[in-house]
Design a protein around this ligand. Structure first.
Ligand SMILES: Nc1ncnc2c1ncn2[C@@H]1O[C@H](COP(=O)(O)OP(=O)(O)O)[C@@H](O)[C@H]1O
Ligand SMILES: [Mg+2]
Length: 402
């Protein structure tokens, strides 16, 4: 049995590719994440899991590092442990189509032998895809007798793109029920039977960052507990680790004199935002902030102003923001009109879930809600102070540095 310390020292030696949206990439050392890896490890290896199948939903801001963490964890566990296997699966189109409710993702994925006979409704193609996927997982990884972890990444995006005729909650419920059923059979005998393969335990992890998908799933209160379903929040990198990464990226891009404090205040430890700033914008804070400002006007202001919006014009919008305040817990009612702020992934809910990352004590993080990137918070503050949505990058940076 691999120890957590061995696992962690291997994790610390991992290198990952950091890429901008333009496709420019550099290699950097994998940073931090001790707490998150510890939680994954503990959950995977905890006592009394024999014969248990359960599902967890991990969500957090886009670009905070969910995919990278899952891949690193999978690499390291698969290399070091003979008792556990982590399968990282990006949900490709054909797999997604296989997850149709009614088949119940469940049976679709795992009850191989029964599938073709039992489900006459869905197109044969779906059944074939499901069988292929499940067979690949179970065969390619020698999982007999082991703890199996399956990470289904980008659950939200794939669901939104590929399954227009389904709701995220149906899929999540399908998986949870599947786990519940396997557990009630397997718990007493200490192992699970999944499609004829004996597992010691099964843990399905669904990863997502889209708040709209997440709240759809969370709106089904009855889901919690079924199949051990739990919701977990992960976050951007903490300040010190992030600044270490900022320095590494600065060095690799031959850029001296980076204002680290400002980078933290604008990106809040979001690694994707750092990649965009450093690699796409060549560390030019003004153009990076300008892009963000354009996004805010397009995603937050435009949709709520005008004939169909709830504000007659932009100044009314800004006045309302000023009255209510732009702290994440206050601003929600103003900028969340028609769930705009959620759909645009500007705000995210941070309460009612277990936090597997530590959230920094910063003004862009509230009790119930948080800005996914602090730039949104500073930009709204600048707008309120100047009484207009048309603020400049300079105005925003003034707000931060005051
Ligand atoms: N702990 C980390 N240390 C260094 N770089 C990281 C770390 N986590 C993520 N990255 C880099 O940040 C970028 C965004 O991370 P990603 O895992 O794609 O985020 P998410 O899946 O949450 O959207 C990736 O290019 C990745 O290489
Ligand atoms: Mg991802």
């Amino acid at each position: 049995m691999v120890s957590f310390n061995d696992l962690m020292s291997r994790v610390r030696s991992e290198r990952v590719e950091l890429c901008g949206a333009s496709g420019k990439c550099i290699h950097v050392g994998f940073r931090d994440r001790d707490g998150e890896v510890g939680w994954l490890f503990k959950t995977m290896t905890r006592e009394g899991r024999d014969g248990i199948a359960h599902v967890s939903i991990i969500y957090g801001p886009k670009g905070c590092g969910k995919t990278t963490l899952a891949k690193v964890f999978a690499n390291v566990v698969n290399e070091l442990s003979s008792e556990a296997n982590v399968v990282y699966a990006e949900l490709e189109e054909d797999v997604v189509r296989a997850l149709v409710p009614g088949i119940g993702l469940s049976e679709a994925l795992f009850r191989l032998s029964e599938l073709a006979a039992d489900y006459v409704h869905p197109p044969v193609r779906i059944v074939v895809d499901a069988v292929k996927f499940a067979l690949n997982v179970l065969r390619a990884h020698r999982v007999e007798g082991k703890d199996l972890v399956i990470v289904l990444d980008e659950f939200d995006r794939r669901v939104l793109e590929g399954l227009r005729y389904s709701r995220p909650r149906d899929l999540a419920e399908g998986i949870a029920k599947f786990c519940q059923n396997r557990t009630s059979e397997g718990f007493g005998r200490g192992y699970l039977d999944v499609g004829g393969v004996r597992l010691r335990s099964l843990w399905v992890v669904l990863q997502m960052s889209d708040h709209a998908v997440m709240s759809d799933i969370m709106s089904v209160g009855g889901l919690v507990g079924k199949g051990g379903l739990g919701y977990f929040l992960t976050w951007n990198l903490p300040r010190d680790s992030f600044l270490g990464l900022v320095r590494e990226v600065a060095e690799r891009t031959n850029s001296a004199h980076i204002d680290e404090g400002l980078v933290w205040q604008l990106t809040g430890g979001n690694v994707r935002a750092l990649a965009e700033l450093a690699l796409d914008h060549g560390w030019n804070v003004d153009t990076w902030v300008n892009d963000a400002l354009r996004r805010i006007r397009r995603e937050l202001a435009d949709p709520v102003v005008g004939d169909y919006g709830i504000f007659s014009d932009y100044s009314e919008y800004v006045r309302k923001l000023a009255r209510r305040g732009v702290g994440p817990d206050d601003a929600i009612l103003t900028i969340n009109a028609h769930e705009v702020a959620f759909k645009a992934n500007v705000l995210i809910s941070v309460s009612g879930v277990r936090k597997i990352s530590q959230l920094p004590n910063e003004p862009w993080i509230g009790e119930d809600y948080a800005y996914q990137l602090p730039i949104y918070y500073w930009a709204l503050r600048a707008m309120v102070k100047r009484g207009t949505v048309n603020v400049t990058p300079g105005d925003v940076i003034d707000e931060v540095t005051q």
